[in-house]
Design a protein around this ligand. Structure first.
Ligand code: NAD
Length: 482
């Protein structure tokens, strides 16, 4: 079976189906966003591989779903142990594959991957007991029963992190899994397959199919034997998946894009506000939650803008493998062209470039300069569409009411950040905003017990804590008479 070497680590390039590596007659090439070097050719699956993976997962389901929760939890802890042991390898492979910072992968992302497995294992055997209550002498017992084969489809911006966020609860609950990672970042999902084998997960419980979305993702989503589809990605793909799932009435969970606001009020700690604004350039702006629309109160607009520009000027852009780099590359030259298209059209319609405004040509074709635009025309495309790059817009507001109205003037509703020192204002504004998560005086604090998801076009449903089990399981109430 073909193996490629990524940053010195051998990585299997085949599918992982029924506990075996399977190749396809066709391949797709993965290229590193760091330096445009080819990373290898991965198996390019289609309907045949999608069918084989769903079959393997269906065959493994009866035994896995009846395996005691404690045993499943123990296996998930072993996966976490192995992830922790292999953090240096996973981190270097992921950075080569998707260009995100190596130090973030080592210090926070990969430990979080392990934590995802531990958290859902422990939740299932601990707090997630079966609640019981009485109705006129009748006993209600609620249980979370395994639902079957779960198809998990994930994007490239935080590959293993987002994969583990779905894989862990699905497996913990007694389901079997077919994972389809993004074709721009296929590598760590393949390593995860090895990790599950080392941990002793039975064959067929966890499967990975590689390939292009329309070729192998589409038949997975249209498969009649699939019990759940959990998708993280773009609105456009979500529509296609929803249409395919409709045929079989397959339940869906969708975590989609965002155009989140960052509201800076005149009573805000401006140092904090600037730090939170700069944080939006993390992962080169390729974060669904990123608050890319900055709305600043007029009395502090001038000072905030000056301080933000200074802070942007201090951002170090460069090789994501270096420890002192703040912002690395974007995922692909096509994606950079898309980002640049948004900026150019914004400028053509009157926006002013305060910082950045184009690719960083000194670094190569995938590095886009951290960009700040103001004087953006109301209703402009750049205020409506998700750019998914290091591009922020700056708008000035005069009243709290205006701030909330503008912040909410979007078809998305993933997150919002409010910076104010007035708790009463924080409460009022948070209550008014339409968003899955509102952060007040902070950003990106994510507890696995909390619900995660988006309002409006940012998603359907919630995952996290009990919400993950509510989605991945058949929730059953058994009522026993006196
Ligand atoms: P994408 O929609 O292009 O691709 C996501 C996945 O869907 C990939 O694995 C792709 O191969 C697959 N796919 C494509 N066509 C398919 C089809 N017809 N059937 C089945 N699968 C198909 O998204 P992307 O560009 O990889 O990711 C960026 C998007 O993801 C952004 O919109 C971002 O906001 C969003 N995102 C959301 C969250 C969240 O939690 N809300 C997190 C990260 C990223």
């Amino acid at each position: 079976m073909p193996v490629t070497t990524i940053a010195g680590n051998p990585v299997e390039t085949g599918h992982w189906i029924g506990g075996k590596r399977i190749d396809s007659s066709r391949r797709f090439r993965s290229v590193s966003p760091v330096d445009q070097q080819p990373l290898g050719e991965f198996a390019r699956g289609g309907t045949r591989e999608a069918d084989a993976a769903v079959r393997a997962a269906s065959e493994a389901f009866p035994t896995w779903s009846r395996t005691p929760a404690e045993t499943r939890a123990e296996l998930l802890h072993r996966i976490a142990d192995e992830v922790e042991r292999r953090i240096p390898e996973l981190a270097t492979v992921e950075t080569a594959d998707n260009g995100a910072l190596l130090r973030s992968h080592v210090r926070s992302v990969m430990p979080r991957v392990a934590h995802n497995f531990r958290f859902f294992a422990d939740w299932l055997t601990g707090e997630l007991s079966h609640p019981e209550f009485d109705t006129r002498g009748h006993r209600n017992a609620v249980s979370w029963d395994p639902s079957g084969v779960c198809v998990l489809i994930t994007p490239w911006n935080a590959p293993l992190m987002l994969e583990s966020w779905k894989v862990a609860p699905a497996l913990a609950a007694g389901n079997t899994v077919v994972l389809k990672p993004a074709e721009w970042s296929p590598a760590t999902a393949s390593v995860l397959a090895d990790i599950t084998a080392v941990a002793g997960l039975p064959d067929g419980v966890f499967n990975v199919v590689q390939g292009l979305g329309p070729e192998v993702g589409a038949p997975l989503c249209a498969h009649p034997d699939v019990a759940r589809i959990s998708f993280t990605g773009s609105e456009a793909t979500a529509r296609r998946i929803a249409a395919a799932a409709a045929e079989n009435l397959t339940p869906l969970s969708m975590e989609l894009g965002g155009k989140s606001p960052l509201l800076v009020f005149d009573d805000a700690d401006l140092e904090l506000a600037v730090a939170l604004a700069v944080e939006q350039y993390d992962n080169a702006g390729q974060v669904c939650l990123a608050a890319t629309r900055i709305l600043v109160h007029s009395p502090v607009a001038e000072e905030f803008t000056a301080r933000l520009r200074t802070a942007i000027g201090e951002i170090k852009q460069g090789d994501p493998r270096k420890d002192d780099t703040d912002v690395g590359p974007n995922i692909h030259p096509d994606h950079v062209a898309r980002i640049d298209g948004f900026v150019r059209r914004a400028v053509a319609s009157g926006a002013r470039v305060l910082e950045g405004g184009g690719p960083n040509t000194e670094l190569g074709g995938t590095y886009y300069r951290p960009t700040l635009l103001d004087q953006v025309r109301p209703g402009a495309e750049i205020l409506r569409e998700e750019v998914f790059g290091p591009v922020l817009t700056l708008e000035v507001f005069d009243t709290e009411r205006e701030a909330v109205a503008r912040a909410d003037d979007t078809r998305f509703g993933l997150a919002a950040t409010v910076v104010t020192s007035d708790p009463e204002r924080a409460r009022r504004v948070s209550a008014e905003l339409t968003a899955g998560t509102v952060w007040v005086n902070c950003f990106f604090v994510r507890d696995l017990r909390a619900p995660f998801g988006g309002a409006r076009h940012s998603g359907i449903g919630r995952e996290g804590g009990t919400w993950s089990f509510d989605f991945f399981c058949d929730v059953k109430n058994t009522v026993t008479g006196p």
